[in-house]
Design a protein around this ligand. Sequence first.
Ligand code: GTP
Ligand code: IMP
Ligand code: MG
Length: 336
Amino acid sequence: MPATVIVGGFWGDEGKGKIVAHIANSDKPRIIARGGVGPNAGHTVEIEGQKFGVRMIPSGFVYKKAKLLIGAGVLVNPEIFLKEVELLKVADRARVDYRCAIIEQKHCEIDRTQDNLRKIGTTGTGCGPANVDRVCRIAKQAKEVPELKDYLTDVSLEINEALYSGDFVLIEGSQGFALSLYYGTYPYVTSKDTTASAIASDVGVGPTRIDDVIVVFKCFPTRVGSGPFPTEMPVEEAEKLGIVEYGTVTGRRRRVGYWDGKLAKYSAMVNGATQVAITGIDKFDRECYGIKEWEKLTIKAKEFIEQVENEVGVPVTLISTGPEIKQIIDLRREKL
Ligand code: GTP
Ligand code: IMP
Ligand code: MG
């Protein structure tokens, strides 16, 4: 059975949380593992009128039989992790790799006060400074934190054993391609690579074990914090289109832009995309809100999806038509 990696194709907040939650419910993975930077991410999952903004626990928590693992590459803030474990009632199935590096209060303070980090407009969640300590090999690891002792595991071993026994594993990235430390709009980027290869490495899975890479793009890309945004539109234009979004973690208003086919193509290339998921088609055409079948999409929406496929050169297999988990068109069986 396959291992699938899901990553963001633009500047984060593409709706990975929603896509992961949908796939978790429909494909029933044995394990859902989280890669990426750390609690700077905020994945939104809306289900049956309830809205969750998860920062450490994988967004696939909605599928109750999956183990929820946080890979060694991810930075852990124990306070946030433990709060989410309690809120989501997942103590029996949430685990942290014992090698994860730990975010401490001092890291958050540096993140909020250091001049260059303020200029970049970081999330202030301590991720960059904690990764600095990790690189200097002075960061604490999860195995040294007594509050985490009941949650420790070897994530890499668990995933690889599951794959050997034929189970499906879903691997969830965070942030997005253009925030990658290597490939993004440096220096206005996050503190790590965010592409699919990095996410696989974060959870300890080799490239030959990955069968599918789903890159998530939103119809109208957004960006929080400073930095270049080639297709950015004026605030008034975004308001006219009814696109007003706020960051899940920081509450900052997201900058909004037009579809960027050139960036999407490059992002899909570096990520090795095998499938593309498009979110917010309801923002592109209001009439598409909540639709669950391809045939019912408007001609305008269908033409846009076809344009995306032509530009990116990868099949669009998932089309999200609203924030709720069930508002989605899933074409994977037809197209693959
Ligand atoms: P990061 O890991 O922080 O990059 O986040 P993310 O990719 O999980 O996205 P996030 O949840 O931060 O932002 C996406 C927002 O769009 C959330 O508020 C979602 O509820 C919402 N959303 C997701 N899909 C759709 C969609 O198809 N239509 C609409 N209208 N909203 C959507
Ligand atoms: P940091 O990751 O907190 O260091 O922030 C660096 C840059 O990445 C800033 O522009 C942040 O706004 C952005 N960023 C980090 N995580 C996310 C995310 O999950 N969604 C959107 N932007 C993010
Ligand atoms: Mg987010």
